[in-house]
Ligand binder design. Structure first.
Ligand code: WQD
Length: 364
């Protein structure tokens, strides 16, 4: 609270210690906004009794003045007591909702954990927002909500068919979108922008902030980066017999800072957005194959990445990329960073942090 007892106006960011979340928090602070991050650190490095490394690094990147306006509250984003405290302490103007489990394979093994945390948690968050008259949300959705599309139906637009999700993780994103649509139907005072990320990769150009997955990375680029620093022996290329340019999977890679800027663009658009639920693709609009990403990373890092051809992963599609026109037209957003930038920024981060943020957690 301010000296005069007035509450600070702020944006509530759930999961703000995560990969996309932390990069978005930097952008919000650099727009001189106040930000409250709530995160249970279940997928983030943590240091007993002090701020988590991701939050410390965000504060190092922005100015001292901007750093003052970053508040961190540890806990579950769906915990009604924690939410009550935040809404009492701050004048929350909007919520950017990143928090959620997101490992495809894990979701197949533990569907109930995914539905409880991702879907039920969101129900409590939306309830608390409603009770406090906060009806502006930017939702972190995913391209995985789209049904597999034959090549002639690409690129994917926001009205492309959704559903037939290949894993519970993807279903949680689709169910949450459906729930939010129904909430908006019932109360048009709500405004919800749902941002469907394609493949976010890369890191902040400072090398201080990046993807710091726990365990073995599921995703391509963090795995490649770990091979480059010697943490993994080689890259397994999952499938080399797809009907694509070189037989390997083609995806729409987008720099994580471009994705972060998509959130601040959406937040600015909210005020002029009349009402309702609207989805936006956050992607480059271009497809790049696994082998093309490997060679782009080798060029950017100067490090050879040994590869081993392996079987396809169940559920992997050949080609997946979007048409990002709606975000350009309505949010004034488009990607500005290239695949080379993604690889360069990722390499700088990985080189400086071979083991991710864990180096910050050593008892000094
Ligand atoms: C990309 C390409 C793989 C790893 C994921 C998930 C989900 C989503 C982000 C949030 C594919 C190939 C990968 C490896 C490989 N997150 N690959 N060797 O599967 O497109 O989608 O994106 O929503 O996590 O939906 O991303 O990075 O796992 O795979 O050959 O070790 O790289 O087959 O062609 P994906 P990915």
């Amino acid at each position: 609270k301010q000296m005069n007892g007035l509450k600070h106006r702020a944006i509530l960011v759930t999961g703000g210690a995560g990969f996309i979340g932390s990069h978005t928090v930097v952008e919000l602070l650099e727009e001189n906004r106040a930000v409250v991050v709530v995160d249970n650190l279940s997928n983030a490095a943590s240091l007993k009794g002090s701020l988590p490394p991701a939050i410390v690094r965000i504060k190092e990147i922005v100015t001292a003045e901007q750093s003052e306006k970053l508040y961190f509250r540890e806990g579950n984003y769906g915990d009604t007591d924690i939410l009550k405290g935040i809404f009492q302490e701050f004048e929350i103007e909007a919520v950017i909702h990143f928090a959620g489990f997101k490992a495809v394979g894990e979701s197949k093994r533990l569907p109930l954990m995914y539905y409880r945390n991702n879907v039920a948690g969101t129900l409590y968050l939306v309830k608390a927002m409603e009770e406090n008259g906060v009806k502006n949300m930017i939702f972190s959705s995913s391209a995985t909500v789209y049904a597999e599309a034959p090549q002639e139906k690409l690129p994917l637009v926001e009205d492309s068919p959704v559903g037939n999700c290949t894993c519970p993780y993807a279903s949680t994103k689709l169910f949450i979108e459906t729930i939010l649509k129904d909430v908006v139907q019932a109360d048009p005072a709500w405004k919800v922008l749902s941002l469907r990320y394609f493949n976010p990769v890369g890191a902040h150009h400072s090398g201080k902030l990046g993807e710091d997955p726990k365990g073995i990375p599921n995703n391509l680029m963090p795995y490649i980066a770990q091979v480059a620093v010697g943490r993994r022996k080689h890259l397994n290329v999952y499938g080399t017999d797809f009907s694509t340019v070189d037989g390997t999977g083609v995806r729409d890679y987008v720099h994580v800072v471009d994705v972060a800027k998509g959130h601040t663009a959406a937040l600015s658009a909210l005020s002029s957005f009349k009402s309702g639920f609207r989805a936006y693709n956050l992607g480059s609009g271009k497809g790049t194959s696994v082998l093309e990403m490997v060679s782009a990373f080798e060029k950017a890092s100067g490090v050879q990445i040994p590869i081993v051809e392996a079987n396809r992963r169940p559920g992997d599609t050949a080609i997946f990329y979007c048409d990002p026109q709606r975000a350009l037209k309505e949010l004034g957003w488009k990607t500005e960073r290239s695949v080379h930038d993604m690889c360069e920024d990722l390499w700088r981060f990985q080189k400086k942090n071979p083991n991710g943020y864990v180096s910050d957690c050593k008892e000094n």
